[in-house]
Design a protein around this ligand. Structure first.
Ligand code: C5P
Length: 315
């Protein structure tokens, strides 16, 4: 795990998320919007190779074939080093599989992966509240990936309430290659949010609790402003519904659409019906599985299976 130069490395998977339900209540005085959502980690993931070499000088290098500007994972590494009062060289190799600008939280998950892995490699302890504060600074969705599984998100989406693990339902995710700007989607949605709607949503939301809720009542408020701009998205949702998905919904501010099914065979049929589209077979990843994946990825660097992962090199 530690090379001749003192380098410690790990290969970790940064899972994507979907929103099983997403309601936007209104604009807050700080400019963000108040949300009620249900986050869920899914099996689709990016892979990050993270290496840390202690040293006096600090540098963060990223090998990213896509050349993503101002990558959130690099910012996460800088913030984590600062918070740990650690110095050295961080090298990150990113293999991107999660479509970008699709509402799947890929960039946020990459950043959270760095926050979880770097302390384990650097032999420092960053307690969960500290990690959550760093995650919130990086973006509204980042905090969720410190938890994984199924969780209710309120506030900006960074105040989280874990829900019990549900059954591992199979699904299909369609990413039509349409890039939606989150800030722009919020701007379009904002004028549509009335006081009356807010009251209804506050009362109605707890009834959506997952996995006990009725999938037929699940909704994503962004569909109302994103579908008219990108007509093919409503068509994809309809095709997933026709193939038997329940629910079939856009995730986040779009543009990816997911459908959940009862069996793997239903998924195969749906994928055949979506031939020609960029469609993935997915499964919902529970919190227990999410943590198990992390513990395995950091094997050798951690002594015990506790959460968040704790470095075995920590004093
Ligand atoms: O927090 P994050 O950087 O991911 O948010 C991107 C943009 O989305 C913000 O600048 C803001 O315009 C909008 N947003 C919002 N309300 C939220 C989350 C994001 O208005 N709860």
């Amino acid at each position: 795990m530690r090379g001749a130069s003192g380098t410690r490395r790990a290969r970790v998977r940064a899972l994507a998320k979907i929103n099983l339900d997403l309601r936007v209540l209104g604009k807050r005085p700080d400019g963000y919007h108040e949300l009620r959502t249900i986050f869920q980690t899914i099996s689709l993931a990016d892979t990050l190779e993270i290496a840390f070499t202690p040293g006096r000088a600090t540098s963060v290098e990223m090998e990213d074939p896509l050349g993503i500007p101002d990558n959130l994972a690099v910012r996460a590494a800088r913030l984590a080093l600062e918070a740990m009062r650690a110095s050295g060289r961080v090298e990150i190799g990113l293999r991107k599989r999660v479509p970008m600008g699709a509402g799947l939280g890929g960039g946020s998950s990459d950043a959270a992966a760095v926050l979880l892995a770097l302390p384990a490699l650097a032999g420092r302890v960053l307690p969960l509240p500290r990690l959550c504060a760093l995650a919130s600074e990086l973006g509204s969705d980042v905090t969720f990936f410190l938890l994984g599984g199924t969780a209710v998100g309120v506030g900006r989406g960074n105040e989280l309430f874990p829900l019990p693990d549900g059954p591992p339902r199979p699904g299909v995710l369609v990413a039509p290659g349409v890039h939606v700007s989150t800030a722009e989607a919020y701007r379009r949605l904002s004028p549509c949010l009335t006081t009356e709607l807010q009251q209804n949503k506050i009362v109605a939301f707890p009834l959506q609790a997952w996995p006990g809720g009725d999938p037929e009542t699940a909704c994503n408020d962004f569909e109302a402003v994103v579908f008219p701009q990108h007509r093919q998205l409503a068509g994809l949702k309809r095709r997933l519904r026709q193939a038997g998905a329940s629910p079939a919904l856009m995730t986040g501010s779009g543009s990816a659409i997911f459908g959940l099914f009862r069996t793997g065979r239903d998924v195969s049929r749906a994928l055949a019906a979506l031939e020609g589209e960029m469609a993935f077979r997915i499964s919902l990843v529970s919190r227990a599985r999410y943590r198990a994946l992390w513990w395995r990825a950091l094997e050798g660097h951690i002594a015990q299976k506790i959460w968040p992962p704790q470095s075995r090199y920590a004093p």
